[in-house]
Design a protein around this ligand. Sequence first.
Ligand code: ADP
Ligand code: MG
Length: 617
Amino acid sequence: MSDIIQLLPDAIANQIAAGEVVQRPASALKELLENAVDAGATQIQVVIKDAGKQLIQVIDNGRGMSQTDARMSFERHATSKIRTSNDLFSIRTFGFRGEALASIAAVSQVELRTQQVGSELGTLIQIEGSEVKKQEPFAGKHGTSVSMKNLFFNVPARRNFLKSNPVEMKHIVEEFQRVALSYSEIGFTLFQQDLEVYTLLPGKLSQRIVGVFGKSYQGNLIPCEELTPHVNVKGYVGKPESAKKTRGDQFFFVNNRYIKSNYLHHAVNSAFEGLIQPDQSPFYVLFLEIDPSHIDINVHPTKTEIKFDDERTIYAVIRSAVKQALGAHHVVPSLDFSLDVNFNEKWDNDPEKKAQVDREYSYKSFNTPEFKKASSTGWEKLFEGNQNQIPSRTQHREEETEVLTFSSKVNPSYAKEAFIRPQVEEPNGTTFQVELSYVVAQMSTGLLIVDQQAAHERILYERYLRQLKLAQGPSQQCLFPPTVHLGPSDFALVIDITPELHSLGFMVSEFGKDTIIINGVPADIHIKNEKELFEGLLEQYKHFKNELSLDTRENLARSLARKSSLKRGQKLNSQEMETLVGQLFACQNPNYGLGGNKSFVKLDLSSIHSFFSKSHV
Ligand code: ADP
Ligand code: MG
């Protein structure tokens, strides 16, 4: 038999690699932005057409490339950023794989113009589907411009797979925001279809946050800083009272690289415990600095996941940093934005205030001599006091899966039980509330104890799902229709789910740039503040979207049920209690609330009898 194995031609190999690197326009934008940052640019301009499907152009004033480098940059594994495998463990640049330009050029039509500082001529290269169409000198300014046109022009299947423009644009804005946040000293502009969406002047992080998210953030930022031998944490958290308004924007950057980590998110959330509602999420932009040899960023080609060699320490440091910041916030007048917000000028220079904070909040400060003395092997000891609050990785995983089990797609361990309808007869008259949280109903065969919040969430969830399916939720008109100003990405999101919102009874429509007006809300919801309801819904929706990959309808139904349900601690009259129990058992799946928690337990007569029978010892 003859040999049959062949090496793939470069163009095909690049196209395959592109599948990982360039999933959508936003991922190409990310790579181009990172290249511009790596090139030392101080000014970066982004031009987007047709949500990136027609054009993404990134223009920087960085160091530019020589003629040979310009051509080389499109080769796979061509990089100026690492040379030996040892360099992999000390990565300080964004890029290092040398795959981005090769991948982008494999699936689009690219025009590169680049000119080095100090040289008279630059290089222009046009390349389509990995094929060089043109290379010639040109005279311009120093810096680099990369235009990526007609993404996936040669891979129609993938082009068809792209989402609607609002969705793709939302991803683009998110990537842009992440890079803009991590480099506040670089000026950025973003044009979409010739409209200027962002102009961000170089400045301090606090100014950049306000530039990205809007003026409402101005008075709401608390500086946060913790310096330890192992890791430094710096940045801002939102004030607890702004947790709802801030729409759950959360950002971790490790050595200036945006990362996602549920584990570290948990650390911040736990520091806010007691200060915000359990269903709220605080705003934060936190930068971790850590010796690159303690992390592994090579886990995934899109590089938003990261491995730390000592996760528990990082968790503890973040939690403590945020706690300190919040503590300080209670004794220090709120941050005056016109002041120079400088990381070094912090409250902890003032011993009097610090003493006060330490009294009020019994967390461990890392600035104590005790801490400073601690060798890295002494870490564990240092956190002993916190130990039970720091979930181990596995514990945390369990928590995650517990939430996940609800999603019908993931198909839960309790599924079998959940879909067997319980045999419960109608309560026969006597109902009462315990702790304003549980409804106890008497039946001829025993007692039923219903968690009122879980039950109501379940009832509403199923109702909203039905309304979404039938596209006919009843709506009540707002007397004074409120307008809601949103960030560009939230705005795009709302436009995208408008049909579903209508089905639920939310009559929203566009009302100027990044603003919507709420003309009507679902008829069966008793609320005073329509705007708050809507913002809360959006917040919850985004939260679920990150945490569980639910489809739009399921997510909306869950989010609205969460937001509008009866809560623990609310008093009910007997008619309300009976209706609640009746409606719960009319549900398709009455056994569980939305968090996978039980919505009721049944105590039947035989178990009640057994409590009082003599033991047969
Ligand atoms: P990586 O960033 O992983 O090295 P890329 O494919 O993104 O790989 O880029 C390849 C090389 O091209 C980079 O290492 C860099 O030397 C050069 N390059 C890319 N973009 C720019 C730019 N905007 N300015 C200067 N050099 C660039
Ligand atoms: Mg790169």
